[in-house]
Ligand binder design. Structure first.
Ligand SMILES: Cc1ncc(COP(=O)(O)O)c(C=O)c1O
Length: 342
């Protein structure tokens, strides 16, 4: 991604350190987050990142303090909460008034009007992020419309507009993909008369979501009168999206057998009924003990959301490029589970 000229959107010092380690220039990094700690802000200031996407006034005061300490002007965008709804799971809607994110327009107006009091903080732009898995461009256009109206009202001319991410991807075979060229065209059209110098977008899932799969081994098969279960060696600790958001992931057998179709829940070994990878999955042939199944669309919000629940070490990660493959994260060892415990 870096080699292709992308920057990084980070939400913690950990992500910022990762981006720097991966070689992203600090000037290509934006720092968002509803709860940035003082030390995280200081780390961002010291490293000279491109900008902070600021979520409340107190945060600006902290940034000002570190600007003064390091004698650096710091570019800030106000993250607005435009109160725009999107059709997605409630846990991944972020742009409505009832969501914790961003600054309401009245408060943002107050901040902009009093921004001359800052010496080191330079409010150069605006940011919003509406949510994730958005398949339709209209919420973006609605939010941009609100931003423009807001700028007119408070007489603010932003140099930067960051419209967040959230471009949706298909998880089911018949899912609509968001038409990214339509998004591009309509968003650019809506910005033609706005005069910004820099447009930032923050797609995450769209870049990597369908670049990853989770492979699990079948441990047992339970055939019941009303339900079949395929019990595999990966669970909600490895891939929590189905348990957390009722998310759907396509699941395929790695190898086809000539033993007829089966409909089954694919479940893990965790001690929770909510531990499943898929419900009523229709397999073209029945996976047997020792077979592998492939959970598709596992590139985004899967490994990073994984845990050691039930004291289960996490799997390795393998990067595949054509016929080449490379372990890019070691399988965890049992000792890793209690590392740091007293
Ligand atoms: C501020 C911000 N930008 C971008 C993203 C990426 O969203 P997506 O992966 O849906 O594109 C997120 C995800 O939580 C976010 O919080």
């Amino acid at each position: 991604m870096k080699e292709n000229g992308l920057g990084a959107d980070v939400v913690s010092e950990g992500e910022l350190r990762r981006a720097l380690l991966a070689g992203f220039p600090p000037s290509s990094i934006v720092f968002a987050g509803v709860g940035k700690k003082e030390e995280e802000i200081e780390f961002g200031v010291k490293n000279g990142i491109l900008c902070f996407n600021v979520e409340n006034e107190e945060e600006l005061n902290i940034i000002e303090k570190f600007g003064r300490k390091y004698k650096k002007s710091i570019t800030c965008n106000l993250r607005l909460n435009p109160d725009v709804g999107v059709k997605t799971h409630s846990y991944i809607k972020t742009g409505k008034e009832e969501n914790k994110f961003g600054i309401d327009l009245a408060t943002a107006e107050k901040i902009i009007k009093s921004s001359k009091r800052y010496k080191w903080v330079k409010i150069k732009g605006l940011h919003f992020h509406l949510g994730s898995q958005i398949k339709d461009v209209s919420p973006f256009i609605e939010a941009i419309g609100k931003v423009k109206k807001f700028c007119l009202k408070v007489n603010f001319k932003p140099e930067i507009l960051d419209i967040g991410g959230g471009f949706g991807i298909p998880y089911r075979p018949d899912d609509r993909v968001c038409d990214i060229s339509e998004f591009g065209k309509k968003i650019c059209d809506s910005l033609k008369d706005f005069g910004i110098k820099k447009l930032i977008i923050e797609p995450g899932r769209f870049i990597i979501g369908n670049g990853g799969v989770l492979i699990a081994k079948v441990l047992y098969v339970k055939r019941r009168k009303r339900k079949n279960f395929i019990i595999v060696d990966a669970g909600m600790n490895d891939l929590i999206r189905p348990s957390l958001y009722h998310a759907y992931h396509m699941i395929l057998p790695a190898k086809l057998r000539k033993n007829g179709k089966i409909k089954a829940d694919v479940v893990g070994p965790i001690c929770e009924t909510g531990d499943y990878l898929g419900k009523d999955i229709e397999f073209p042939s029945a996976p047997e003990i020792g077979d592998f199944i492939v959970v598709m669309g596992a590139g985004a919000y899967c490994f990073t959301l994984s845990s050691n629940y039930n004291s289960r070490p996490r799997p390795c990660e393998i990067l595949v490029n054509g016929k080449r493959e490379k372990i890019i994260r070691e399988r965890e060892k049992y000792e890793d589970l209690w590392r740091g415990e007293k």
